[in-house]
Ligand binder design. Sequence first.
Ligand code: SF4
Length: 365
Amino acid sequence: MPAKSQDSTTVDLNLDPRPEVRHDWRLEEIEALFELPFNDLMFRAQQVHRAHFDPNAVQVSTLLSIKTGACPEDCKYCPQSGHYNTGLGKEKLLEIDKVVEQAKAAKEAGASRFCMGAAWRSPRERDLRVVMEMVGRVKALGLETCMTLGMVDSDQASRLAEAGLDYYNHNLDTSPEYYGEVITTRSYADRLDTLANVREAGMKVCSGGILGMGEAPRDRAALLQQLVRLQPHPESVPINMLVKVPGTPMENVEDLDPLEFIRAIAVARILMPQSHVRLSAGREQMDESTQAMAFLAGANSIFYGDTLLTTGNPQIERDRALFDKLGLHPEQRATQADEADTETALAHAIQRQQDDALFYDAAQA
Ligand code: SF4
């Protein structure tokens, strides 16, 4: 995308880095941010980031697939959809004890949040009762809990909140205009309804999208505009790069320029200054420089040490080495102030990982 000179944009680089949090960004304003000269965009994102967060702290989550494959939805990027033959095995809901065991290992490895994902259109009653118990037991370990279970109605959301669920993940995926090219089995409005139910139940919202699915630059801006309209902004905003899985309809989509991905992170940071912006799926395909740029652009959350649902994710040792190189440290929850030193915990986890299979691999179990 040709970058406009500063003079030709409406973006003022000398704005207060702690401006009022806005929900009314116009599409043209968001596109103007995307079109800033790269260095100006990064500078602005850094200003906002530093005004709201420790710039060297990165929130670390671990993600476990608690029910893999055979999903009735037709998301064209997803190897878990039952509509495509990706060779992915179909799994039943994991036993609660197995989940708790993995959560303990994640905590020992320095994770502050444990995310559990199930490939469902929406949870059935008997499954909901099981996942509610999982939430209680994982939370009792002192971890924040997050789940992604598909669509939830207001009653389901309330019960999950009562069980102690902190975050619910439900991505918007892309712009309303491009959405029909990606999914046909549930509507954009369905997604917004689920997010509203989650918020009304008092849970925190984790919602973002996937870039590199063949969408136009305007779609990336429009996706962020939709997220910005949510009141309050999602506490957690995963920005994923498409992982092109053989067997899915998107396996041959043209690559997105990594610099366009970094621009999206930076714009998300500016638009949602108080949210954690998560560098999410697709990280394994990024070299260290791209990841470093994403942190510089304002990403301050990652998944590590596990298999990200069913696509690859860099292993804990590589992440630790990258954190060391960049002088980053895992963000700790306030309630974990008395936790053992994170470096020691990471070293311990690596040792354990060498001793045995520390992390459940959702793709192979
Ligand atoms: S993204 Fe979620 S809802 Fe869509 S097919 Fe995959 S598991 Fe199912």
